[in-house]
Design a protein around this ligand. Structure first.
Ligand SMILES: Nc1ncnc2c1ncn2[C@@H]1O[C@H](COP(=O)(O)OP(=O)(O)OP(=O)(O)O)[C@@H](O)[C@H]1O
Length: 222
């Protein structure tokens, strides 16, 4: 039986007294990928911000069963230009307490090696992140989030600037990682093909209303 990571019940979301989403209810479970969809401006990012704010402040409509330290967000934009000097492996290791190689502890080095392998970055781990392609950068952002072993990973349009092949590679990687770990993923996307191919659940927001549905193809017991 899958465990709930987050349960939202009858939540209203407003910005500056403007109601964006009303009576929203959904559950995010371990081992699943939930796509959040909807037109520009319906409130997808605001929903994520509202959820993250509530982790440490009590909100009766939002029930997290994981701690803030178990949640990782991969934001939509990162300011990484061509001259960014860190090697990919050093960038990924930034999430670990001690910072850069060669001062990582043995256990941290093992973890770094594993996450670079999981995200297909091993062969380019010594290259600088600034010179990496868009798809490689996104895999490095993913790796940096995964190295902390999160229970909930939130991807905010992580595939937006990638070509079709790179989008599929990234999502296939995420699905493999979900299968092998105790991890739930929330994925904000405008790409219906990715929802069809990789989503286990969809939360679609339209007309201030969120419709949550299970998509076909999930082999799981919820
Ligand atoms: N701090 C704020 N103050 C005022 N309005 C805000 C604030 N944050 C968001 N909004 C407004 O709330 C609405 C929802 O914004 P949000 O970024 O959540 O949409 P979205 O669904 O993520 O859009 P997109 O798909 O374009 O990223 C927008 O109209 C936005 O202008």
């Amino acid at each position: 039986m899958k465990q709930s990571v987050l349960a939202v019940n009858n939540l209203n979301i407003s910005v500056q007294e403007r109601l964006l989403i009303k009576s929203l209810s959904f559950v995010i479970s371990d081992g699943s990928l939930t796509c959040i969809t909807g037109d520009n401006g319906v409130g997808k990012t605001t929903l994520i911000k509202t959820l993250l704010r509530s982790v440490e402040t009590k909100n009766e409509q939002i029930d997290f069963s994981v701690k803030k330290s178990d949640i990782q967000l991969v934001p939509q934009f990162r300011d990484i230009d061509d001259e960014y000097p860190l090697r990919i492996q050093d960038f990924v290791a930034l999430s670990l307490q001690k910072g850069m190689l060669p001062w990582l502890k043995k256990e941290e080095k093992i973890r770094l090696k594993r996450v670079l392998s999981d995200t297909n970055l091993t062969d380019i781990a010594n290259e600088s992140l600034g010179r990496a392609s868009g798809g490689e950068k996104q895999r490095a952002y993913l790796a940096q989030a995964l190295i902390t072993d999160p229970r909930l990973l939130i991807l905010d349009e992580s595939t937006a600037n990638l070509d079709k092949k790179s989008r599929h590679i990234l999502l296939a990687l995420v699905k493999t990682i979900i299968k092998n770990k105790s991890l739930a993923v929330i994925f904000i996307t405008h790409d219906p093909e990715l929802v069809d191919l990789f989503g286990d659940y969809e939360l679609h927001i339209e007309n201030k209303t969120g419709t949550f549905k299970k998509l076909t193809g999930e082999d799981a017991d919820v």
